[in-house]
Design a protein around this ligand. Structure first.
Ligand code: NAD
Length: 411
């Protein structure tokens, strides 16, 4: 199943529950606009490279479209389309006044120099600046892009349209960014894990947790859960897993990772395991926070966690999702679990438009409030309708977007 087909599979299941008419299904699942542009860029060695850039604007019934910008060698139109549609349902579940979009450039980010990355970014803005903007479509960082890319992006956009910091989010904090954006997704994952433990009648203190991926999301989730007295027994990155059944000292792991340019390789205060073994540990909570598609029909039967929190986008394939549901393992879906990042992006956009700097306490307080409200709504609906948390989350999102389309008129 390709990426967009997988999102459609979940969409259809929720639309069935909502008894949605075929005409509305088609309207909501068809992207509003798909942009594909050629990006001729001079590389450091003098070669002219013709890259391809994408921006899929999926739906704008609830407001300007919002979604990240990915620089990765596997980016293609199907992937960008699937992520754009996930953004539509994600912003709606958390009730942000946005639609969904996503963009990307097919390029191996690891091989780019800073100068090449900057030229690609500026060329992309040259090609799409008329179709984006604070009231139209607001990009943000994603895999392979960061706050520096956002600073170049805004600078290039301003050359065409004047001062407009709200055109992208995820900017450097000292350049119209917002405190708390970096930790936001991991904080949200941690917060909702604790809420889910409560709803499942489990104790938070001592609950065992395994986290795949120790980048931005995984490391902040680990810190939050460690501070909440959960026992984080395993973490991993591309170099493999690190396991201590007595609980890892998360700050010690963070210090090691900081000292080794974000990598865990060489961490000696834990047992070395593989990423596959980490996924199959007997823990209370499993948090995939690295790649998509890591839980498949091949390993779903060996998952022993009591419940799964999807910090990464689409870490579970749809057929594995069914197997886990049949085994009674609840899954907190990506469109809710990792919505903390886009929520704080919304605060950054609001801050830019108010010309007023928010402080970290306000950011954290409002983030916790919005995510908790969304969580309770999804959980209640799942119980009431006897559906999975994923179907309930899609139902909340889809219903809000459909309502906006009806209220505003679709033609
Ligand atoms: P990141 O690049 O900061 O970290 C990724 C981590 O995954 C690193 O530790 C890396 O070593 C590890 N990794 C890479 N390949 C791996 C492999 N084959 N096996 C195991 N680990 C591997 O990325 P991030 O921002 O933390 O994002 C992680 C996931 O969360 C992605 O799926 C992303 O789309 C999703 N997400 C991120 C945000 C955000 O705000 N950063 C928001 C929503 C969703």
């Amino acid at each position: 199943m390709k990426a967009f087909e997988a999102v459609q599979h979940y969409f259809d299941r929720a639309a069935d529950e909502l008894e949605m008419a075929d005409s509305m299904r088609k309207l909501l699942s068809t992207p509003e606009r798909e942009i594909v542009v050629q990006l001729p860029v001079e590389m450091d060695d003098g070669r002219l490279e013709s890259l391809i850039g994408y921006r899929v604007q999926h739906n704008r019934a609830r407001g300007p479209m919002k979604g990240g910008l990915r620089y990765h060698h596997e980016v293609d139109l199907d992937e960008v389309r699937s992520l754009a549609s996930l953004m539509t349902w994600k912003t709606a579940v958390v009730n942000l006044p946005y639609g969904g979009a996503k963009g990307g450039v097919t390029v191996d980010n690891r091989k780019l120099s800073q100068g090449e990355r900057e030229r690609i970014t500026r060329k992309l803005v040259d090609k799409i600046h008329e179709l984006i903007g604070p009231d139209k479509d607001i990009p943000a960082p994603d895999m392979g892009t960061d706050h520096k890319v956002m600073a170049w992006f805004v600078n290039q956009y301003n050359k065409y349209h004047g001062f407009n910091p709200a055109v992208v989010t995820g900017k450097p904090v000292e350049h119209y960014g917002i405190p708390g954006r970096e930790e936001a997704t991991g904080r949200g994952v941690g917060l909702l894990t604790i809420k889910a433990l409560g709803r499942l009648g489990r104790k938070v203190a001592g609950a065992t947790v395994a986290i795949q991926g120790f980048g931005n999301v995984g490391s902040h989730a680990a810190k939050f859960l460690g501070e909440a007295e959960c026992k984080v027994v395993a973490v991993s990155d591309i170099s493999g897993g690190y396991y201590d059944p007595a609980g890892l000292d998360i700050m010690d792991v963070v210090r090691h990772s900081r000292a080794h340019v974000g990598a865990l390789a060489g961490y000696a205060n834990a047992e070395k395991i593989t990423n596959e073994e980490l996924l199959e540990l007997d823990v209370n909570v499993l948090i995939p926070a690295a790649l998509g598609g890591v839980i498949t029909t091949e390993n779903a039967d060996r998952i022993q966690a009591d419940f799964i929190v999807e910090a990464a986008n689409a870490p579970i394939r749809p057929d594995a999702d069914d197997l886990l549901a049949a085994r009674g393992i609840p899954i907190l879906p990506d469109i809710l679990a990792n919505a903390g990042g886009v929520t704080v992006s919304y605060f950054e956009w609001a801050q830019n438009r108010q010309f007023y700097q928010w402080n970290l306490d306000r950011v954290r307080g409002e983030l916790d409030h919005l995510l908790s409200t969304a969580f309770e709504q999804v959980w209640e609906l799942a119980v009431q309708r006897e559906v999975t948390l994923r179907t309930a989350a899609f139902m909340v999102g889809i219903e809000r977007v459909a309502r906006a389309a009806i209220l505003t008129g679709v033609t």
